[in-house]
Design a protein around this ligand. Structure first.
Ligand code: AHR
Length: 494
């Protein structure tokens, strides 16, 4: 029978590249995101490289993490960098007032984070403290990290074990200044951003993208005021949007949900499209040349934390549903690469929509990890616009297109095409028209499972993993693809 769905790939209309920074991660001092997640300390029985857990390091390298944002989040606007340098035993022990009230011994500080970024081959995106720090504290931190030699701060860095400066390509001027970063009004935040930005100075020959604290989801006034009053002070501005099935009080469970929750979660994810479009349109008013980048520097699912887990640690399971949240977001991001040049999933390990979960010396890759793996060849590739004609998938009042797609000509010359079927019950038969794309062979991988909430546990770590996909056939410029229910497929067209 004739395919019900049609996807047209426009290889003849290349769009701006899918900046690799869109695959950014976020690692906050929150729960076991840092301690136990990436860092166990040199003396640990858990296999480690200079204190960094080896399994996590290797898993992250395999998905080519391009950017890590640190140290927060809310943590950033109470973080004093001097407390995290020098002999570990002499570092200040603080209370993590944002996340669970636990002690923070500053074992991971500037050196540990910046060195980790280098080990990963990722760009560090460091967020400064605007909330309760001073402009000079921020300026000195930047100097400490970047000054080649000569100054007292450069000498201090060398004495602490690092002679050559680190590269600092991205720097955040605070986080959520409308909330945990200081509860500011946008007019005040714009002035504060201008002030702090003034004193962030880079040594000759080094460049940093200064990123303003962006809006809370649909707070368009925030973006408007920041762009109108302060755009000259930054090269990027964020926006944060979390997928929450219900509301902040009762968010919904990470597993054990029904189809209504499946559908509402995916519909709420697609709100990202409208958010990016509307924030970008406001930016166009003040910056038609698109000098300033938009970065979704926090995104992901936020559920009720796992029963029995430490309050405030935001530890949640991650299922096939999260995998589809990720693939839908990547498709949306691909449609906005003229303005969207960065994103950071919240968060990298053990927190919210994590890539990896750890428990003692055990680690699992989540379904979300596998989507980052499937899509990794999008990094810095040229976006090829796609048009999707699809039937609707509906459950109760939750309605969205059954098929979502995006395509990129990778830096390897191969066309990579992500296809998602959100319908948990019906397969989708898709006819893919390739315009301006010549390809003779199609390979690919698929991520799916029998249950909507299928997930990987420490005992069954490979319940949801990609396998070779054999449901595509190419004939005369048209691809016939059969997507099983609730699946994510990545095709490579050679
Ligand atoms: O990612 C968890 C928290 O969510 C971050 O610290 C904060 O920026 C946001 O509200």
């Amino acid at each position: 029978s004739a395919p019900a769905e049609t996807v047209t790939v426009h290889g003849d209309r290349p769009a701006p590249k899918f900046d690799k920074r869109i695959f950014g991660q976020f690692a906050e001092h929150l729960g076991t995101g840092i301690y136990g997640g990436i860092w166990v300390g040199k003396g640990s029985r858990i296999p480690n490289v200079d204190g960094y857990r080896r399994d996590v390091l290797e898993a992250l390298k395999a998905i080519r993490v391009p950017v890590v944002r640190w140290p927060g989040g809310c943590f950033a606007d109470e973080y004093h960098w001097r407390e995290g340098i020098g002999a570990p035993s002499k570092r200040k022990v603080k209370i993590n007032t944002n996340w669970g009230g636990v002690t923070e011994d500053n074992a991971v500080g500037t050196h540990e984070f910046m060195n980790y970024s280098e080990m990963l081959g990722a760009e560090p995106y460091v967020s400064g403290n605007v909330g309760n720090g001073t402009p000079s504290e921020m300026a000195e931190w930047v100097e400490y990290m970047t000054s080649p030699s000569g100054s007292s701060l450069a000498r201090e860095r060398a004495a602490n074990g690092r002679k050559t400066p680190w590269a600092l390509p991205m720097f955040g001027i605070g986080n959520e200044l409308w909330g945990c970063g200081g509860n500011m009004r946008p007019e005040y935040a714009a002035d504060v951003t201008r002030r702090y930005s003034t004193f962030i100075k880079m040594p000759e020959g080094q460049k940093v993208m200064k990123i303003a604290s962006g809006a809370n989801s649909e707070d368009y006034t925030w973006t408007d005021v920041m762009m109108r009053e302060a755009a000259r002070a930054f090269e990027g501005i964020g926006v944060h949007y979390y997928t929450i099935p219900y509301d902040w009080k009762h968010k919904g469970a990470a597993t054990g949900f029904d189809e209504d929750q499946w559908a509402r979660t995916l519909v709420k994810t697609t709100k990202m499209e409208e958010l990016i479009a509307r924030h970008a349109a406001i930016m166009d008013k003040y910056d038609p040349g698109k000098r300033v980048a938009l970065l979704v520097d926090e995104w992901g699912t936020w559920y009720d934390q796992e029963p029995g887990s430490h309050p405030g640690f935001l530890y949640q399971q991650n299922s096939l549903r999260d995998a589809l949240v990720a693939s839908l977001n990547f498709d949306i991001f691909a449609r906005h690469t003229d303005r969207l040049r960065g994103a950071n999933v919240a968060q990298m390990v053990n927190v919210l929509q994590a890539m990896l979960l750890t428990d003692g010396n055990r680690m699992v890759r989540t379904p979300t990890y596998w989507v980052f793996d499937l899509y990794k060849d999008y990094q810095d590739g040229i976006v090829l616009p796609v048009e999707v004609q699809s039937r609707w998938y509906a459950k109760n009042q939750w309605v969205l297109k059954a098929v979502s797609a995006s395509a990129v000509r990778g830096t390897d010359g191969v066309v990579h095409m992500g296809l998602t079927n959100v319908d948990p019950n019906q397969p989708a038969t898709v006819s893919v028209k390739l315009e301006g794309v010549t390809g003779g062979a199609v390979g690919g991988r698929i991520l799916t499972a029998a249950a909507m909430d299928a997930h990987n546990t420490f005992d069954t770590p490979n319940a949801v993993v990609p396998v070779a996909f054999t449901g595509a056939a190419l004939a005369g410029g048209t691809l016939r693809v059969t997507l099983p229910p609730k699946s994510v497929v990545m095709l490579d067209i050679l």
